[in-house]
Design a protein around this ligand. Structure first.
Ligand SMILES: Nc1ncnc2c1ncn2[C@@H]1O[C@H](COP(=O)(O)OP(=O)(O)OP(=O)(O)O)[C@@H](O)[C@H]1O
Length: 284
């Protein structure tokens, strides 16, 4: 079953548009949503959640159309956009008391289990929570109302390496039984190398790829060589950089002859993003 099914989503702003965005997330997996600043990640996420109106396209969450079933689906979705920036002078328990009334499946026992698991003290004021604690608090809320799909916009940004690692372990634990699925956007690609099953890559409002993580990385090759080797492949490179030894450049695996004498390695997610950004710069 698909946790998320996005088909031909279009949304136009005066200076930006999402163009035929389509991708699917199978239930029980973690998908990393990557793209440069301004590529359209937040706009896609807000459209998925019906927080902004799409111009065209269809979004199904857990088999139901979000526009037609928004109220019931919101019971099954947990979302987090950065921290908790409201009710900051209230204690966590006061805020929880307000929030839980919106959810018919709210379960206090689950909530207190997660507070213990995440080492959160409900007598703390929201303003006193660190960035990591705020993300965990959001997760505790989502999981206590039985959310089956977690949509998280940059959940690990602003966290120190240990807090990020802790959170990534939690994400992996959450999807273990196959009931919960997670879509999360981030710039911190090493987080995705650790915990994502699938990667969706958006460039300038268009989905460039959406596939299993290793398959995604293997679909590109990072080449390095001298000037004459560069001249042989230049036309087919996504982009390249010149350095004192010659060049390094990114190419689609399908465009590269693996029997060639040019050194080729599998790029990591960061390198793929960097060379795509460089391509965009070259076309400006
Ligand atoms: N309400 C709006 N009205 C007009 N333009 C908007 C609106 N919201 C976003 N945009 C534009 O849409 C583009 C994509 O923004 P979006 O926030 O979706 O990108 P992003 O990939 O999430 O970026 P970042 O990584 O910086 O958060 C940007 O150029 C932004 O200025």
């Amino acid at each position: 079953m698909l946790a998320l099914d996005i088909r031909n989503l279009n949304k136009k702003y005066p200076h930006f548009q999402l163009k035929d965005v389509s991708f699917q997330l199978e239930k029980g997996y973690i998908m990393g949503f990557i793209g440069a600043n301004g590529a359209g990640k937040t706009t896609t996420i807000k459209s998925i959640l019906n927080m902004v109106r799409m111009d065209s396209g269809e979004v199904h969450i857990l088999g139901k159309n979000i526009v037609e079933h928004e109220i019931e689906l919101k019971q099954e979705i947990g979302c987090a956009f950065g921290g908790v920036d409201f009710y900051t002078r209230s204690k966590m328990k006061t805020l929880t008391h307000v929030i839980k009334k919106f959810y018919k499946n709210w379960d206090d026992e689950t909530y207190y289990n997660y507070l213990r698991r995440f080492k959160l003290d409900e007598n703390k004021k929201i303003a006193e929570l660190s960035a990591g604690m705020k993300v965990k608090y959001n997760l505790a809320i989502a999981l206590s109302h039985g959310a089956k799909l977690l949509v998280l916009d940059e959940p690990t940004s602003g966290l120190d390496p240990a807090a990020r690692d802790d959170l990534l372990d939690i994400f992996q634990e959450l999807v273990l039984d196959g009931e919960i699925s997670i879509l999360f956007s981030t710039h911190i690609t090493s987080d995705l190398e650790k915990c994502a099953d699938f990667i969706t890559f958006i460039v300038n409002g268009q989905i460039i790829a959406s596939s299993e993580k290793n398959e995604f990385m293997e679909s590109y090759r990072l080449l390095s060589g001298n000037e004459s080797q560069l001249n042989r492949v230049k036309e087919r490179l996504i982009s390249y950089k010149i350095n004192s030894f010659g060049f390094t450049g990114l190419i689609h695996s399908r465009d590269f002859d693996s029997s060639s004498d040019i050194k080729a390695t599998t790029p990591n997610l960061e390198e793929i993003m960097i060379y795509f950004a460089k391509k965009e710069d070259m076309h400006v």
